[in-house]
Design a protein. Structure first.
Length: 498
């Protein structure tokens, strides 16, 4: 009967060779006598030796148990030693591969080298030769693993530096999980963030997550591991093949996962969520050393997440402030009340058709709110005039984009709004204002907002006419393609509101 999933601290005394225990050696030869001799040569207490005269059983062991060394005969009937090595390279790429043969030839030697074997032993060999070969292979393996650890440390430093330069939460979470999967050679991962409003962990980012986990609803903060991490803020390390309790946690998906690791996201003593990583292909379990490295990454990630949330809160405060400014301007013009929100809604739908990323849509929101800020300098008698403007009055109205830009320029946070403010009255045919730019000389921000503005202008009441149906507004946009409006953005508009 299985018990609850063990924590990393409870696994410290059950380490594999890569964590400080005895190296596990698998011996495969279709002659039982040879298996017995090789096992006896290595039976000095330094190794855990598994020997089998059944190559099929050997393949199953390679696919189901972590190993440090594989010693196999080259010629074994339908399954050759090269087949064994190829299987090992797929499942356990850093295992030490040693071939034995009683028929040494140049062709065999070349085949062994190409397969990635560490050494080639010719039968009969002595116990001293065998032990020297095994120790040489283990020394090389240890050095390679230490080099990998050193590269991980250097890479972690570079990653942590890059993490600090990403302010938006969604791309930050994607970067964290993609980086963690790559650096820790994992196949599946998930980030759950703690929602302080409802007191729950919520799934916010995944990579490679299989349907078995989603269907079982194990990744929404309800599983034992998430709750344990939340309550005690400590990591978990799972060796699914050997740890008790793995079925309790992984359920029906247990067969997919070979090893898993989870780490709390903590910053300044505050709990932000959990980072999970899982291996579904490699039999090599996560180690306590990797758990320590992941703790470094998770600590920096939690700080970056905290900063991102603070940045988003600050952005919302700024946006609320500029929205109040925009509303104060609209309050002077009873015919354009709600124009800002409607224009932003139309522009966002078109931007989605154009494939704009979230950060660009955030700039669009800012630009849509502020694009008419220059009207604060337009007198009420012009702003609210019934009927058409005189040429002199129109000249005053035409100044509002430049005046709006002067109000905003010099405020770094609001700089992304400048192209929307300056260019939303430019025309594709060059007959717009304030600069008379033509075609793609007009920044895309101005060309996009011009389409959204046209939709709202036609579908809203104006001093000189009543609102028309929205479908008629779309038709007007299509009619103005190539003259007033950019045809590519008109096509996106048609797709958004078809």
């Amino acid at each position: 009967m299985e018990t609850a999933v063990e924590s990393a601290s409870s696994l410290a005394g059950e380490e594999t060779a890569s964590q400080g225990g005895k190296p596990t050696i698998l011996v495969i030869d279709d002659e039982e006598s040879v298996c017995g001799i090789v096992a006896e040569m290595l039976d000095d207490g330094q190794y855990d030796v598994i020997a089998t005269a059944n190559p099929h059983q050997g393949l199953k062991l390679i696919e189901s148990r972590p190993l440090e060394v594989i010693i196999t005969d080259l010629m074994m009937g339908e399954i050759s030693g090269v087949d064994i090595l190829n299987a090992a390279n797929r499942s356990q790429p850093d295992v030490v591969l040693i071939l034995m043969t009683g028929q040494p030839t140049i062709e065999n030697a070349v085949s062994v080298v190409k397969s990635g074997a560490f050494e080639y032993l010719v039968k009969p060999f002595t116990a001293e030769q065998l032990k020297a070969t095994v120790e040489g292979g283990l020394s090389k393996q240890k050095l390679e693993r230490e080099n990998i650890k050193l590269r991980e440390i250097v890479s972690l430093h570079e990653i942590c530096e890059k993490m600090g330069s990403t302010a938006q939460l969604e791309p930050l979470l994607d970067f964290i999980i993609e980086t963690a999967l790559k650096e820790f050679e994992a196949d599946m991962g998930a980030i759950l963030l703690y929602n302080r409003k409802n007191g729950r962990l919520e799934l916010k980012a995944t990579k490679g997550l299989s349907s078995e986990f989603v269907n079982e609803n194990r990744w929404f903060g309800k599983d034992d591991a998430s709750l344990w991490i939340e309550n005690f803020s400590k990591p978990y390390l799972y060796d699914v093949n050997f740890s008790a309790g793995s079925k309790v946690f992984f359920g029906n998906a247990r067969g997919l996962v070979k090893s898993a690791i989870s780490q709390p996201l903590l910053a300044r003593g505050q709990f932000f969520g959990v980072l999970f990583l899982m291996r579904t292909h490699s039999l090599k379990p996560f180690t306590l050393g990797q758990l320590a490295s992941l703790a470094i990454l998770a600590s920096k990630a939690a700080t970056a997440i905290q900063n991102s949330r603070l940045y988003e809160d600050l952005q919302e405060t700024y946006l609320a402030t500029i929205m109040a400014l925009a509303n104060s301007i609209e309050a002077r013009d009873k015919y354009t009340r709600g124009h800002t929100e409607r224009g932003w809604s139309f522009a966002t739908a078109i931007a989605s058709q154009l494939g704009w990323p979230p950060e660009k849509k955030l700039e669009l929101r800012m630009g849509a709110i502020l694009h008419d800020v220059g009207k604060i300098a337009v007198p009420d008698r012009i702003l609210n005039k019934h009927g058409l403007l005189t040429s002199e009055e129109f000249e005053v109205m035409k100044r509002h984009p430049v005046r709006g830009a002067k109000i905003v320029e010099g405020i770094p946070f609001l700089e992304p709004a400048l192209p929307y403010i300056l260019y939303h009255h430019e025309r594709y045919d060059g007959k717009g204002y304030p600069y008379g730019l033509k075609g793609e000389e007009v920044p895309i921000q101005g060309r996009l907002l011009a389409v959204a503005d046209t939709l709202d202008a036609v579908s809203s009441d104006r001093p000189y006419r009543k609102a028309r149906k929205f479908s008629e507004a779309v038709e007007e946009v299509i009619r103005c393609s190539q003259t007033q409006l950019d045809p590519s953005i008109v096509e996106a508009c048609k797709s958004a509101f078809k």
